[in-house]
Design a protein. Structure first.
Length: 279
């Protein structure tokens, strides 16, 4: 009888060793993060749309995220994490704004400062050049950020800047950065490098920084565009594919196609997060 009891106790002891496996699981969980990335565009009081949100709704989004335990991070922190550096909060959200509207500066900046949130703003160089040169600036309804405002944002701890092409933000004749019909690989590489490089040069000359974050206009991309942009030094690529980013520390493959949810301004905060099934 004692022998049987001894065998049972031994078995429990041996298996309890196996039950210690959770150590590995804990380690694994610590090395992966599900990261939410949101995509905004314009912020306006006067109208709402799929790409225009009101300042009140923007503020309410940030409040919702904060109340649900989210901490805001930069896209550059995602790069670091995927390169094995630093850490990310368990509930991380990266907020992005595309196209470089002046209203991001006018309406969003004060909200992000007060709420202590971070955002990555992706600039279209030609829009900024036009606003800067026309002198018709600082109108929330239609102006884009000037080079000086971009410089100021990059120096602000709540913002960082990404590249959204200099002038490849059209549907025709080229659909975003897609190859045009009949364009061979060599020409395509030349056109893409010249355009994107031109914005990097503007950032460098007029604002004193460069970026390695790229947002695909209209979410158009290919393996070829990825290869070309990577060769220019870009590391994080923001798509318009919707979903959560399952990141593993030290694995940079996910940086190639970061998913984002477009935040249409036509929903309330609650309805939007319910729609994308985030809690
Ligand atoms: Zn855009």
């Amino acid at each position: 009888m004692k022998k049987i009891l001894f065998l049972i106790l031994s078995a429990i002891f041996v298996f309890s060793g196996f039950l210690n496996i959770p150590n590995n699981v804990v380690l694994a969980q610590d090395c992966q993060r599900d990261v939410l990335i949101l995509m905004y565009h314009s912020v306006l009081k006067s109208k709402k749309g799929d790409y225009i949100i009101s300042p009140d709704d923007l503020k309410s989004d940030l409040l919702w995220l904060k109340n649900h335990g989210y901490e805001s991070i930069f896209v550059s922190e995602i790069i670091d994490y995927c390169e094995g550096k630093g850490d990310l909060p368990e509930k991380s959200v990266a907020i992005t704004f595309d196209d470089g509207h002046y209203n991001n500066f006018y309406y969003a900046k004060p909200i992000f400062e007060v709420m202590n949130f971070k955002a990555t703003i992706n600039i279209v160089g030609a829009y900024t050049e036009y606003s800067t040169n026309s002198g018709d600036i600082d109108n929330p309804n239609y102006s884009h950020l000037t080079w000086n405002e971009i410089k100021e944002l990059q120096q602000n701890e709540h913002f960082e800047i990404g590249n959204h092409t200099y002038n490849m933000h059209s549907l025709k004749p080229r659909y975003g950065i897609a190859k045009t019909q009949g364009e061979n690989s060599e020409l395509y590489r030349k056109h893409l490098c010249e355009d994107v490089g031109r914005l990097e040069k503007c950032f460098q000359d007029k604002c004193g920084f460069t970026t390695n974050i790229f947002a695909y206009p209209f979410g158009k991309y290919s393996n070829e565009s990825y290869e070309i942009l990577s060769s220019l030094g870009f590391k994080a690529f923001l798509t318009c594919n919707e979903g959560i980013n399952h990141l593993i520390k030290g694995e940079n493959a996910k940086l190639k196609e970061l998913k984002r949810y477009n935040r249409s301004g036509l929903f309330t905060t609650e309805a939007f997060f319910k729609k994308i099934k985030i809690s």
